[in-house]
Design a protein around this ligand. Sequence first.
Ligand SMILES: [Zn+2]
Length: 198
Amino acid sequence: MNPFVYPTKSIRRHGPIGYLDYSSYRPWLRDEFEFRCVYCLRREQWGIGVRDFAIDHFLPVLAQPDADRNYLNLFYSCATCNLRKGSRRIDDPTAPEIASALTVFETGQILGTTPAARRLIRVLDLDGPASTEFRQMWISTIRLAALYDAPLFCRLLGYPEDIPDLSVLRPPGGNRRPEGIAESAFAKRQMSELPDAY
Ligand SMILES: [Zn+2]
């Protein structure tokens, strides 16, 4: 099971509005982006949790001041990708045409088949030796866990323990997509519908 397959279906299902501080969107973004970095697909489960993760302003705030607290402009990203991207502009990796143009091989190597996908790889240094080795290490580890250690496999590819209960959150401006809460990981876990691995 390759954990580095970029999801090609649109993932936005929540619509909280009105927090004054963009970091208040974090629980929504964790769920929205499935507890992993939108750019390199590193998972919370592989490190020390949410402290490794940042909230990325997809369009730089300097370019567009209201981009700061616009939920649709906030992406869940690991700290490394957040730093590498900085204020540079790249195409949205959740757009189906970009996601489907990014392929990670068992060797950890990544290939972009369109100019936009290649630019994303370049800006984030996803084809640098450290990134390639990182992916290769996790692909091998997960392959071994799948063969010899089912609980470990589920821990590495499953959801974190502390998934947020979005139903108790009250965004100050309301929620444009309240129906998304039933699709959240917490709601699915309550219904015993959350998969052991994803
Ligand atoms: Zn990342």
